[in-house]
Write a new protein. Sequence first.
Length: 74
Amino acid sequence: LELRKKEAEAAALRGEHQEIAWGSQIRSYVFHPYSLVKDHRTGEEEGNVNAVMDGEIDAFIAAYLRDNARSRDK
């Protein structure tokens, strides 16, 4: 009984796991022949890849939070 309880607690801490497969990426980064970063969860796009690589990801965070809030409201 104690072992099952510990296993259930460990599973709850791990959360949901998704299979890592091609096509399940969160963002795409294109450096050449054009410059684009696209978040596949939200559809947010940024044309300045270097800025995103330097850490300017506020637009992606805001888009994710907006989408997350919308899905909770439904």
